[in-house]
Write a protein that binds this ligand. Structure first.
Ligand code: NAG
Ligand code: NAG
Ligand code: NAG
Ligand code: NAG
Ligand code: NAG
Ligand code: NAG
Ligand code: NAG
Length: 399
């Protein structure tokens, strides 16, 4: 009898406890607004998302900022794209609402988000040029920098060489709206500005795809020019970060249509670029987003190809971001999908070059630590299960 009520006590408390956890998870989920031209930075198992443009906010004006929302997705645990658990950091954000900025990981600890450029919707210049977010202390700061004070730009893609330097090519100057094709170089460790060569650089452009290759060359793909024309992908441009020089490569194969607002990443084998999405400007503020969203570019032969794809193919997107996390190309937000039907996050498993697979579940890789964790968890669970079983069984017999 005593034992019976003890079991009842433990079980009911356990159920209540689990119920509470469930309630807590359900009552406080952070739901980000629509956005594109945001930033997405992957640092230390967290994908940080900041600001962007939300054209669902003001249907009359057709545009609004996504506010200063700042949040992250924890990728140290498995998750489903239809039930994302975002962690909200908006209350510690000091960066004003803006669009068209760019971000990379860098800094002395190599765990700092470096945010550069962008504008707010009124083009007012009172934002700092650079903001830094130290993910170890969860704090933002505005760095004191040295070197020439270049005019802020927007709508470009920062690339890091993974040794603390970032490369900022092209974009639009804030203030006079002119398109440029110069190469700014910012050292995120000693916080000094410099400039690279523009000799043989491609024509001024914004919203292109860019990736650093294992040989420290940066490849630039597509984008939009100052005439609002989406640029062709029959050639790509290589900037050599070691020798500070440019060259142009003709591409062949299944060349994608002209596009800007695309994303590009390096495949896991380091031998191909994978691009996703983007669109073609067809008139003032009118864009077609082609369905053939995924292509690969072999970085040795510069041949384009369409990969084999399985899984449920999502709508293509423009002005989204892409990060490599584990074996996935992780697409975040963008324009071109209905977020009450499709998740803000898309996962493309790129671990098999013969066939990429769209997935809805992010599965963390089994490292020795996670295996140990799962084993201990399963063992504990098993022991508890058996213990309860034995107690109940004993009780049954006695009754
Ligand atoms: C742009 O920044 C200025 C200065 O901070 C601010 O007054 C204005 O409201 C901002 N505009 C938008 C649309 O956020
Ligand atoms: C910074 O981290 C990246 C991994 O994301 C690594 O490849 C790189 O070597 C690191 N750089 C430095 C300077 O530690
Ligand atoms: C910062 O480091 C770069 C090398 O990345 C060097 O060229 C530059 O002179 C340094 N600047 C300062 C102010 O120390
Ligand atoms: C490009 O489009 C913008 C609106 O998106 C417009 O203000 C501008 O005049 C256009 N420029 C050209 C050269 O057509
Ligand atoms: C830059 O110059 C070096 C030395 O002349 C050359 O080996 C390299 O291929 C050039 N890089 C590019 C991207 O043209
Ligand atoms: C998005 O999908 C929902 C649910 O099907 C629908 O009610 C809504 O009208 C759609 N929104 C747009 C902009 O198509
Ligand atoms: C698609 O898969 C077939 C085998 O099923 C393979 O021969 C072919 O190379 C793959 N295509 C690409 C572009 O990877």
């Amino acid at each position: 009898m005593l034992k019976n009520s003890l079991i009842y006590f433990i079980l009911s408390n356990l159920i209540q406890f689990l119920f509470l956890i469930e309630i807590n998870c359900q009552t406080t989920p952070f739901k980000p607004t629509n956005r594109h031209l945001h930033t997405a930075t992957f640092v230390d198992n967290k994908l940080y998302i900041l600001s962007g443009f939300d054209d669902s906010v003001d249907a009359v004006a057709g545009a609004g900022t996504a506010g200063n929302q700042f949040f992250y997705l924890d990728t140290s645990v498995s998750f489903k794209t239809q039930s994302l658990l975002w962690h909200d950091l908006t209350n510690i954000n000091i960066v004003p609402s803006y669009i068209g900025a760019t971000s990379v990981k860098g800094g002395t600890n190599n765990k700092t988000i470096i945010l550069y450029g962008g504008r707010n919707l009124t083009n007012v210049e009172n934002m700092a040029l650079v903001y830094m977010f130290d993910t170890q202390t969860n704090s933002w700061n505005v760095p004191q920098m040295t070197g020439e004070n270049y005019i802020r730009r927007r709508s470009l893609t920062a690339i890091t060489d993974y040794n603390g330097k970032i490369y900022l090519f092209g974009g639009v100057l804030i203030g006079d709206d002119s398109f440029v094709n110069d190469m700014l170089i910012f050292d995120t460790i000693n916080l000094s500005w410099g400039k690279g060569s523009s000799l043989n650089a491609p024509v001024p452009r914004i919203n292109y795809g860019a990736v650093i290759l294992p040989n420290k060359n940066i490849i630039y793909i597509g984008g939009m020019n100052s005439l609002n024309e989406s640029l062709p992908l029959d050639e790509v441009y290589i900037y050599d970060t070691i020798n500070d020089n440019w060259s142009t490569k003709e591409t062949s194969g299944l060349i994608p249509s002209n596009r800007d607002g695309l994303s590009a990443i390096l495949g896991l084998d380091g031998q191909q670029i994978i691009i996703f999405g983007g669109g073609q400007q067809v008139g003032v503020a009118e864009i077609t987003i082609p369905n053939d969203a995924l292509y690969t570019l072999n970085i040795n032969t510069f041949e384009w190809n369409i990969p084999n794809i399985s899984g449920e193919i999502p709508r293509a997107r423009i002005y989204h971001k892409a990060n490599i996390i584990g074996k996935y190309m992780v697409i975040s937000f963008g324009e071109g999908y209905n977020n009450s039907i499709e998740s803000d996050i898309l996962l493309l498993d790129i671990s098999n070059n013969d066939e990429f697979t769209w997935k809805t579940k992010f599965v963390i890789p089994l490292t020795p630590a996670t295996i140990a964790g799962i084993t201990v968890g399963t063992l504990l669970g098993g022991i508890l299960f058996i213990l309860f079983g034995v107690l109940l069984f004993k009780d049954k017999i006695r009754n």
